[in-house]
Design a protein around this ligand. Structure first.
Ligand code: ADP
Ligand code: MG
Length: 314
């Protein structure tokens, strides 16, 4: 066929030239694609590097926050203890008594904030042992009994008596219950009903224990529901916003799940599902199951320096 534009016949030379041209063009296109691919890979690498750097910065910040919290807590505990002693020495009605009470309240609040920051940011030694979850729940509720009673909150327990013991860290699981019960109390204010139910579950061939914690505190506004597990998210003037983030971290570390069932206007049900063989993956000879653990006997509210200062899994 002739050239369409100048009418001249197409020679072998023309075809050779065209072939060369198309080869070069093909190579150029291929290079272009490769270059684009390389550019994308470079961008991705840069992003990954930035994320890593950001994580490192956050980890360093977390460590700094934990160190500061630890340093502040020691003198604060002394201030609280000495104020309590002075408080007892003054008669009711005196200004000194009133001031003492105000200091004690604020110190308690600061201690709560520091404890939250410490549990959230500092690696703690996790000890997996066999425990009866019903017992941990009962002990946690007993520790909060006075506050629940004084607030007029009724507690309904429906604890399955045939639960197997589960492998877990006593202090951490107790912390989960403290945080969830405290949120329920905060939501209910001066009256309400806290229901705690345990039952065995089986999911994907694994045995779990399900713990349902229901309150009648009016629920969570649906527009903030997606934020509640985010660290520092709080709708309370006095909150740290760390309670649920800590619960999430702990339950995750036990290979469990925490779910929320919100009933706006009525209340919330938090369901924690913990595998019976919980932390078995991290078991070391020194943390082998031991039924006569000291953790089971303490009231668990205190955090000793020993526990905090030992670097652990997380
Ligand atoms: N039982 C509950 N009822 C209503 N709202 C809740 C409940 N539990 C958690 N929330 C909401 O989730 C937020 C985050 O809770 P949390 O992480 O424990 O932080 P904080 O208690 O310090 O605010 C709370 O501020 C509140 O808005
Ligand atoms: Mg809370």
């Amino acid at each position: 066929m002739d050239n369409l534009y100048n009418g001249r016949p197409i020679t072998d030379d023309d075809i050779q030239l065209l072939t060369m041209f198309t080869r070069q063009a093909g190579l150029a296109i291929e290079n272009c694609i490769l270059y684009k691919y390389l550019e994308d890979a470079h961008l991705e690498l840069k992003k990954a590097q930035e994320t890593l750097l950001q994580r490192e910065k956050l980890a360093a910040l977390g460590e700094m926050a934990a160190n500061v919290a630890h340093e502040i807590r020691n003198p604060l505990v002394s201030i609280g203890a000495f104020t309590r002693r002075l408080y007892q020495k003054f008669d009711n009605g005196l200004y000194e008594k009133m001031y003492g009470e105000a200091i004690i309240k604020q110190v308690d609040r600061l201690e709560g904030i520091l404890n939250d920051v410490l549990s959230f940011s500092k690696a703690s030694k996790v000890v997996f042992e066999k425990f009866d979850l019903n017992r941990i729940i009962a002990e946690t509720l007993a520790g909060m009994e006075d506050e629940l009673k004084s607030r007029g909150i009724e507690v309904e327990k429906s604890l399955d008596g045939d639960l197997p013991e589960i492998l877990c860290d006593y202090q951490e699981i107790k912390q989960v219950f403290i945080n969830l019960f405290t949120n329920a109390m905060d939501a209910m204010g001066d009256e309400g009903r806290l229901t705690v139910k345990t039952s065995p579950l089986s999911q994907e061939d694994r045995d779990y224990i399900g713990i349902e914690i229901r309150d009648t505190g009016g629920g969570i506004p649906s527009e903030v529901l997606h934020n509640i597990f985010n660290p520092f998210f709080t709708t309370k003037g006095w909150g740290t916003g760390l309670g649920l983030a800590i619960c999430h971290r702990i339950v995750d570390g036990h290979r469990g799940v925490i779910e929320v069932n919100n009933d706006p206007g009525r209340g919330v049900t938090f369901t924690v599902k913990l595998p019976v063989e919980g932390g078995v993956e991290w078991l070391t000879p020194s943390t082998a199951p031991n039924r006569t653990s000291s953790h089971a006997k303490g009231n668990g509210n205190e955090v000793s320096d020993d526990e905090e200062d030992t670097g652990g899994r997380r």
